[in-house]
Write a protein that binds this ligand. Structure first.
Ligand code: FE2
Ligand code: FE2
Length: 276
């Protein structure tokens, strides 16, 4: 089973450049072309948030029309630049959310050898991650149903420190998640948001962030690190289950990467949700 985790598309609905620099529609098209070119492509796509740049409905239509022709199952969770209501309405079939935790978009995919658990950590209008108490209760109950199943926990915001100080705002209520993860050593954390591949460990389990399909975070460990990006080669994670072994490959996307930058995240917007 091959699970491609694509993250942080930041597609704009108005056709403008994201953060005044990045042609994220071109990035999306390059990702699609790359996936089409693979002789052994993924069986499923998981999108770990920031699908849109400012929650614009048109961005979700662009994304849906770009990825649907691949003919793969697609599962998405929101990031801080998304709107849940629009994801639910426009990305038909990509967010089969469990009604128990509405309006959060959380659900599991259990039809393969690896259980995919999709966790919503966004709060409308906030840049930072939140482990909502209702979501944590749902997660605890969900994982307990199959305590031995190999499990990937997908969430936009990583609960662990990345060393990029501006991005290291602690996730609210992460202690609740930590207690659940400690009870589930069969799980792995697969996050987005950071726009860089980082491989680590948290509460005793492997933990990773995905590179972005769009721009990459500037690698800057100084005090101001985590607040600028660079046009490095985009990528994604490929989680490969093969005869009882689960490996995560860091993959690159053929692109016109110039490595230009660093650039600030100009006009960044975390949309508030007004409906649903
Ligand atoms: Fe992002
Ligand atoms: Fe984000």
């Amino acid at each position: 089973m091959r699970i491609a985790q694509l993250s942080d598309f930041h597609v704009r609905g108005d056709g403008r450049l994201s953060f005044r620099v990045v042609d994220t529609r071109r990035c999306l098209n390059e990702a699609v072309a790359h996936l089409k070119s693979l002789s052994q492509g993924p069986d499923v796509l998981v999108l770990t948030g920031d699908l849109a740049d400012n929650g614009d409905a048109r961005a979700y239509h662009v994304l849906y029309e770009a990825l649907s022709p691949l003919g793969l199952p697609v599962y998405a969770i929101p990031g801080n630049h998304d709107r849940r209501d629009r994801m639910r309405d426009i990305l038909r079939g990509w967010c089969p959310a469990d009604a128990d935790v509405a309006p959060c978009l959380c659900y599991t995919v259990e039809d393969g050898p690896v259980r995919l658990v999709m966790i919503d950590t966004m709060r409308p209008g906030s840049h930072d991650g939140h482990c909502h108490p209702a979501v944590m209760a749902w997660l605890d109950k969900t994982l307990a149903r199959k305590p031995d199943a190999p499990t990937l926990l997908f969430m936009h915001h990583p609960p662990f420190a990345t060393g990029l100080p501006v991005m290291d705002v602690p996730v609210e209520n992460a202690d609740a998640l930590a207690a659940i993860v400690r009870k589930n050593p069969q799980a792995r954390l697969c996050c987005g948001h950071i726009h860089r591949p980082i491989l680590g460990q948290w509460m005793g389990v492997p933990a990773a962030t995905a590179p972005a399909v769009s721009m990459q975070m500037e690698l800057d460990f100084s005090e101001k690190g985590g607040d600028e990006f660079r046009m490095e080669t985009p990528g994604y994670l490929l989680h490969h289950w093969n005869r009882g072994v689960l490996n995560t490959h860091v993959c690159q996307i053929a692109s016109q990467a110039s490595f230009a930058g660093p650039y600030p995240f100009a006009d960044s917007e975390n949309p508030a949700e007004t409906t649903h």
